[in-house]
Design a protein around this ligand. Structure first.
Ligand code: DGP
Length: 115
């Protein structure tokens, strides 16, 4: 697991971990875009969305369900929130360990700035 997220999973780098089970780990983003900004990652190394396989279907479901539970815990479920997975260069991916952003706590505006 060559990224900083691998170090966080192994306990070699600090992180504000808010949830962990056998499948996924969730921790607060170091550069939050809103009052709630949590990253949900698989415990197994998957670099990008392009590397997801059929056998990962349950794992992806677990990531989504974890986001739903954490949104409720954070008190942002009713007002709403956004879930984002960035993939590769055009998607703006910076860390190449698959992660789902859970962002909320304020109106987030349009999803993509149109040009
Ligand atoms: P993305 O662009 O989708 O790859 O998002 C990567 C996110 O990871 C970005 O919002 C900042 C966050 N991040 C990068 N390095 C660290 C770190 O060392 N700790 C934490 N908690 N978050 C990090």
């Amino acid at each position: 697991m060559p990224t900083i997220f691998g170090k966080i999973l192994r306990g070699e780098a600090p992180a504000d971990i808010v949830y962990k089970d056998d499948w996924v780990t969730a921790f607060r983003d170091i550069h939050p875009a809103a009052s709630t900004h949590i990253l949900i990652i698989p415990n197994k190394y998957i670099p990008t969305m392009n590397d997801v396989e059929e056998d990962d279907a349950l794992l992806l479901g677990r990531m989504m369900l974890t986001a739903k539970k954490l949104a409720a815990q954070e008190g942002i479920a009713e007002d709403g929130y956004r879930l984002i997975i960035n993939c590769n260069r055009h998607g703006g991916q910076e860390v190449y360990h698959l992660h789902l952003h859970l962002i909320g706590g304020r109106p987030l505006g349009p999803m993509i700035l149109r040009r």
